[in-house]
Ligand binder design. Structure first.
Ligand SMILES: [Zn+2]
Length: 142
């Protein structure tokens, strides 16, 4: 867990500075930039305002703490838990026990993900219609 308070709100940080400040990898910071951390407009190299860094880290922490209801996923763009469009989700296994549910946000149409334990998948999916990789294979066959 990264301490949002380490970021000073009246200064800007480069990707490398954020990584050093929080003791994380530069690539992690780049993932955050794709997941909704907003850089200052048009700056190269990328600079992020400390206040924005705080907001982003706090939002992420809260998203983890307030776990979604069954069938919901957290949309990082809308910053809220949502039921996916069409009440449909894809299960993408990562290991035999763990995988991600993927669905589309009904409001911004961005992808939403939810980490799930394959053995307790029904606790996470609620009433969603879940497609598994083998379902796609079956559909693809004549
Ligand atoms: Zn959304």
């Amino acid at each position: 867990v990264h301490n949002a308070r380490l970021a000073k709100i009246h200064r800007t940080y480069s990707v490398v500075e954020i990584a050093e400040l929080l003791g994380t990898h530069r690539n992690t910071v780049r993932v955050w930039l794709k997941a909704g951390l907003q850089p200052l407009d048009g700056r190269k190299p990328i600079l992020v305002h400390g206040e924005e860094l705080r907001r982003f880290l706090t939002t992420r922490r809260n998203a983890k703490r307030h776990s979604c209801a069954p069938g919901q996923m957290y949309c990082f763009r809308c910053r809220a838990p949502k039921y996916p469009a069409g009440s449909m989700a894809d299960y993408q296994p990562q290991t035999p026990e763990l995988g991600n549910l993927a669905g589309l946000c009904p409001d911004c149409e961005g992808f939403m993900y939810r980490r799930v334990n394959a053995n307790r998948i029904r606790e996470s999916t609620g009433d969603l219609e879940v497609m598994f990789p083998q379902d796609h294979l079956r559909i693809g066959k004549p």
